[in-house]
Design a protein around this ligand. Structure first.
Ligand SMILES: [Zn+2]
Length: 203
């Protein structure tokens, strides 16, 4: 599906690692950076599935949350016109010295015969509290943007560019009810970290 493309990157300032990438990867990075939204706009059916996910998440049951997250992913893939993917929801986030892992995207691997897959965690590492709904939805959308980088935009790689985060925000903004409180943790913090360090941490 075509997407909105603007001439030139969203940000003039490129991270240091960009200059160490081979030329084809630099082209891929710049292309990702230049795309700030998709041509599809999430419809009422998607919004309902997202509202359902935030309701179910609050109850703290991983199986029900997984079903609801799969429903959102199915709706999003339908809208984008691409094949669906697997979504697994797990309980307590893994943690390392960099912080807590919120989600992961695994591209399909033709050699192993594996399909694309998203893994999401629904409880914080320290206090084991259910993640805030908007944070959880943003993490799901973040991982879907990785999937759409390959399946919709046909990019060879999926970089955390400013365009990438603009696409993530586009999906959150257009699917989540406006009364949801803003997130105080999650990918927003990853974004801040990436701005400082300039490279992926979560995939
Ligand atoms: Zn990511």
């Amino acid at each position: 599906m075509p997407s909105t493309r603007k001439p030139g990157p969203v940000s003039d300032k490129l991270p240091a690692f960009f200059y160490r990438l081979p030329p084809h990867a630099q082209r891929c990075y710049l292309e990702s950076d230049s795309i700030t939204r998709y041509q599809f706009v999430p419809d009422a059916s998607v919004a309902r599935s997202v509202a359902g996910l935030t309701r179910v998440l609050a109850k703290g049951n991983p199986t029900d949350t997984e079903h609801a997250a799969r429903a959102v992913a199915t709706e999003m893939c339908r809208l984008a016109g691409v094949a669906g993917l697997a979504v697994d929801v797990r309980e307590v986030r893994p943690k390392n010295t960099r912080g807590e892992l919120h989600g992961l995207f695994y591209p399909s691997d033709p050699r192993k015969g594996t399909l694309p897959r998203i893994v999401l965690w629904m409880r914080t590492a320290e206090r084991r509290e259910v993640v805030k709904p908007r944070t959880f939805v943003r993490t799901l959308m973040h991982e879907l943007v990785h999937y759409f980088d390959y399946s919709v935009l046909k990019l060879d790689d999926s970089f955390h560019t400013h365009g990438f985060f603009a696409r993530e925000s586009f999906l959150v903004r257009t699917t989540i009810a406006p009364q949801e409180p803003p997130e105080t943790e999650g990918p927003a913090l990853l974004r801040a970290w990436l701005d400082r360090h300039g490279r992926d941490t979560d995939r």
